[in-house]
Design a binder for this molecule. Structure first.
Ligand code: C2O
Ligand code: CU
Ligand code: CU
Length: 497
């Protein structure tokens, strides 16, 4: 391996320069150049026949006040305009993406949910550390078409700040409903803001998602093959727009809350020519705020970013990412093409120089603590010829069964989980209700402290995480966040008592 400077180690989390440039090892954000050099002349993203989407907009923001957020959320098939075409998508409250919820630690959220879809659904608050039972973040709830459900839960006073999100979680319908447009961001604000005005000009939410339609404007129906690979849409949107533009002044510093809401697509984000600093991934924060050239977000991941504008034109793009394929059918099928996401224009009078970032708190590091248990989970894809001629997607040999408990943990214990992937595709692994500290990917230890709720588990490899089963009890789930794989059975039930 090449010599690694301290700065690079910080940024790579010791996954290493060598690993970061080869497709299958490129799971973490990295400072090294990611392979395909960006085109020297950045041009605004455009596709033939797709009119410019104009200036980037943002979803409506619903903010808590006096410790409460009360809202109504309705899921329905809605007429919307995407890339200049009138199409029918699934939306929350008629907008794509749904509204952004802004809350603080300690807040109570009361959400009157209404299902106007023609299929059962429910609501999951991805990454929030709240009860998985009753009318909390309960993935076992079914809200039938035409029915309503009152969700209510409270964030702990010590809830981590960061970017979270909500989406459907009714087993069997998840991929189709998220692909159709059902998602929105949740921001848990910092107790002592990183973002006082001396530092940042503006904060933005960037919900990145993909979607696909047929010629008559209906959502593309996934083929059997799509459901095995994990469906990807041909349109990649930011806040529901394709090819939007952002204008900034040189020196302006913005805080971007970036969400990968794609059903299967892995994002490998670059904004060449501009400065990006990473505050954290998911609900985790880094004690230092490294400069990064590239950020990999597997489905479900979020990045909390600072972007400082440098005069000129740039493009926010996602580069191709090889997430493996169905072994017997030949080479990689999902090394799909990248996409231009946003044109970024920086000109005009310079903004005032932003101040120094305040120091971030030192995160807890479970590598210094004694584990009370260890277990291994095996993620596998079975051969063809199963029921319906498809392929089986299992954890420890089982497809999901809501009536079975696959793992029991005692409140207050610390566990190390080794996630083994015996298959030819990557499976980003997500745990509800409890956070994970990423310890090792493919045998390479992570150098820094890295808390996430979705971790990469590369094809034919393994990942080690440590989990504090604290704060919350109840029955919850873990699963592959390629949501077609989850719907196909790659999900298990955990109960903490
Ligand atoms: Cu974002 Cu169980 O999911
Ligand atoms: Cu989740
Ligand atoms: Cu998977």
């Amino acid at each position: 391996m090449e010599p690694v400077t301290r700065r690079t180690v910080l940024v790579l989390g010791a996954v290493g320069a060598a690993a970061a440039v080869t497709g299958a090892g490129a799971f973490l954000w990295s400072q090294v150049d990611g392979g395909e050099p960006p085109a020297p002349d950045a041009v605004p993203p455009s596709e033939p026949g797709v009119p410019s989407a104009g200036i980037l907009g943002e979803p409506e923001v619903l903010t808590s006040s006096q410790g409460r957020l009360e809202l109504t959320l309705t899921a329905a098939l809605t007429d919307v305009v995407v890339a200049g075409a009138q199409i029918r998508a699934l939306t929350y409250n008629g907008s794509l993406p749904g509204p952004t919820l802004r809350v603080r630690p300690g807040d109570r959220i009361s959400l009157a949910f209404s299902n106007r879809l023609d299929a059962p659904t429910n609501l999951h608050t991805h990454g929030l550390l709240v009860s998985p039972e009753g009318n909390g973040d309960n993935s076992f709830v079914t809200v039938e078409p035409g029915a309503t459900f009152e969700y209510g839960f409270r964030l702990g006073r010590d809830h981590p700040p960061g970017v979270f999100w909500y989406h459907p979680h009714h087993h069997g319908n998840v991929a189709e409903q998220i692909f159709g447009g059902l998602y929105g961001a949740i921001i848990v604000e910092d107790e002592s803001p990183v973002d006082h005005q001396a530092i940042e000009d503006r904060e933005r939410v960037l919900v990145i998602s993909d979607i696909g339609f047929d010629a008559s404007g209906d959502l593309r129906v996934a083929s059997a093959m799509d459901r095995m690979f994990g469906r990807e849409g041909d349109l990649v949107m930011v806040n529901g727009q394709v090819g939007a533009t952002l204008d900034l002044r040189p020196g302006a510093r913005e805080r971007w809350r970036v969400l990968n809401a794609c059903t299967s697509r892995h994002l490998r984000l670059r904004l060449d020519g501009q400065r990006m600093q990473l505050l954290g991934i998911d609900g985790g924060r880094y004690p230092e705020t490294p400069d990064v050239d590239e950020i990999v977000l597997v489905p479900g991941n979020r990045a909390d970013l600072l972007v400082t504008a440098v005069e000129g034109e740039s493009v926010l793009r996602t580069l191709p990412f090889d997430r493996g394929g169905l072994g017997m059918m030949g080479g990689p099928v999902s090394a799909v093409s990248g996409a231009d996401l946003l044109a970024f224009r920086v000109s005009g009078a310079a903004a005032p120089t932003p101040g120094e970032l305040p120091p971030q708190p030192t995160p807890r590091d479970l590598r210094r603590e004694t584990m009370t248990g260890r277990r291994t989970l095996t993620l596998a894809m079975g051969g063809m010829g199963m029921m319906g001629g498809g392929m089986s997607f299992t954890i420890d040999g089982h497809e999901f069964d809501a009536a079975r408990v696959d793992a029991e943990a005692a409140l207050g214990t610390l566990e190390e989980w080794t996630l083994v992937n015996t298959s030819t595709m990557d499976h980003p692994f997500h745990l509800h209700t409890w956070q994970m500290q990423l310890i090792e990917v493919g045998g390479i230890p992570i150098a820094g402290v890295d808390w996430r709720d979705v971790v990469p588990v590369p094809a034919g490899s393994s990942t080690v995480v440590r989990i504090p089963f604290e704060r919350l009890t109840g029955r919850s789930v873990y699963h592959c966040h390629i949501l077609d794989h989850e719907d196909n059975g790659m999900m298990g039930v955990i109960r903490t008592t």
